[in-house]
Design a binder for this molecule. Sequence first.
Ligand code: MLT
Length: 411
Amino acid sequence: MALINENYLKLKAGYLFPEIARRVREFSSANPAAKIIRLGIGDVTQPLAPAVLKAFHEAVDDLGTTDRFAGYGPEQGYDWLSEVLIEKCFKPLGVELKPHEIFISDGSKCDCANMLDIFALDNKVAIGDPVYPVYNDTNVMVGRTGEADEKGYYKGVVYMPFTEENNFVPELPKEKVDIIYLCFPNNPTGTVASKDELKKWVDYANANDAVIFFDAAYEAFITTPGIPHSIYEIEGAKSCAIEFRSFSKTAGFTGVRCGLVVIPDEVKGTKQNGEKHPLNKLWLRRMTTKFNGTSYPVQRAAAAVYSEEGWQQTREIIDYYMENARIIREGLAEAGITCYGGVDSPYIWLKTPQGLSSWDFFDKLLSECHVVGTPGSGFGPSGEGYFRLSAFGDRDNIKTAVERIKNKWGN
Ligand code: MLT
């Protein structure tokens, strides 16, 4: 008898984005003439930077030669990529890392989920609300939670509300927690945390022997000077934080797949007997057993993102998306809709007009404006009454979507 992992049955029937896709498919087959603009899932639309594409092609060609052929690479990624990342992404922030402290992967979603493998089930986790659903659902899947209550809060999880009142930076938890998920620039609210705000979390984690999972997938979209791009810019973070980064949004790799995890040697977990153990060693053990490395051409393409030419071209694409964000933000403001984010992040978090529920607004926006977004309540109960628009669209579509929203909701 093959017993199933019944923790999966505690989850809502479908993951948020496939549920949105299902509703859009339904609408679209009933209304084939509707020109639907998709600003829901944060999926990029612009092609890879030419220098990145060139490196990708060349690496594929390498595989057709005997002297440059690449078979299994190191499970944790090639040193030449980690060295590029250290030089180009961390050194400029004043953060010193060693290549073995960086693990290259096939993306941040898997990393955040898989990281739970190396932590005991009886840890207490603190998760934002609203939040990127993966943090919550993967904790449910491994069995760290009880059932959800009628609002959608799972028993055993400490939820940290991200609200207008706290400026979308949560308070420290009142009860002691062991693992804290922080994501800045935040998905879904698009808001950021200052160094002082992050310092409180780092101090809390160090004082309580907790570990911070810091998701920095959107760091490249920060435009405000002084906002931290990495948790390691905060004093003390190297002894309590794991950082997740991704090429998905930064370099248009949502289909290519490449991410990284940083685990400094200093960050340690605790054994039942109270002894400390480096998390880097555990994660290496996990990676070498369960993963065979990100493909060679993908890692070559990733390294090319940070070549002089590659970064200039990549930066232009990021700026393009951020101009989209400005157009959405300002357009919504003109329509009298309150919104947040969109300055240091490609996401705009808006308050639904006329007090509509998030899903009612979703349905109205889809049926009347033919625009798809993401209902805030899909990210957690505190997201109710909010809605997320992504700036990763094509410029003409963004302008059209904003016009349609203004025509419908503007005064
Ligand atoms: C989102 O829209 O929140 C993201 O694209 C989802 C993801 O990165 O997995």
